[in-house]
Design a protein around this ligand. Structure first.
Ligand code: 5GP
Ligand code: ZN
Length: 114
């Protein structure tokens, strides 16, 4: 947790382009956008990945998804949609070990992932 990049973003140690913040979460633009819209929604609580989520975290996950939907709409993805992604651990290509939802939109994305 001490050297977690996203915890440093939450504490303000690392600056980001913020979209939304409250007591539970932070939404901010990805530093290396893979689509015209690419932002992350993260809990302020350090949860390492989706495999570590506990049953009593599910209301928090609901709030994160709700904000992901709302911000995606605000950023123009309401009509054509977007991709909501949670990479998990090594096979899932997770690089930052603090739970985050990616939201990618503004262009046609390919499926399946490579
Ligand atoms: P993952 O591969 O773990 O699912 O995604 C981590 C994401 O965090 C990547 O898309 C990466 O670009 C983003 N990221 C990593 N470090 C920073 C940072 O310091 N600032 C911002 N805004 N995004 C970051
Ligand atoms: Zn963290």
């Amino acid at each position: 947790m001490g050297d977690c990049i996203f915890c440093k973003i939450i504490s303000g140690e690392i600056p980001v382009k913020k979209i939304y913040e409250n007591d539970d979460m932070l939404a901010f633009h990805d530093i290396s956008p893979q689509a015209p819209v690419h932002f992350l929604v993260i809990p302020k609580k350090h949860i390492t990945n989706l495999m570590e989520v506990k049953k009593n975290d599910t209301p928090l996950l609901g709030k994160l998804l709700d904000k992901a939907q709302e911000a995606a709409k605000e950023l123009g993805c309401g009509e054509k949609g977007a991709r909501f992604v949670i990479n998990c651990k090594s096979d899932g290509a997770q690089t930052v070990d603090h739970l985050h939802i990616h939201v990618l939109g503004g262009r046609q994305l390919a499926w399946p992932p490579g």
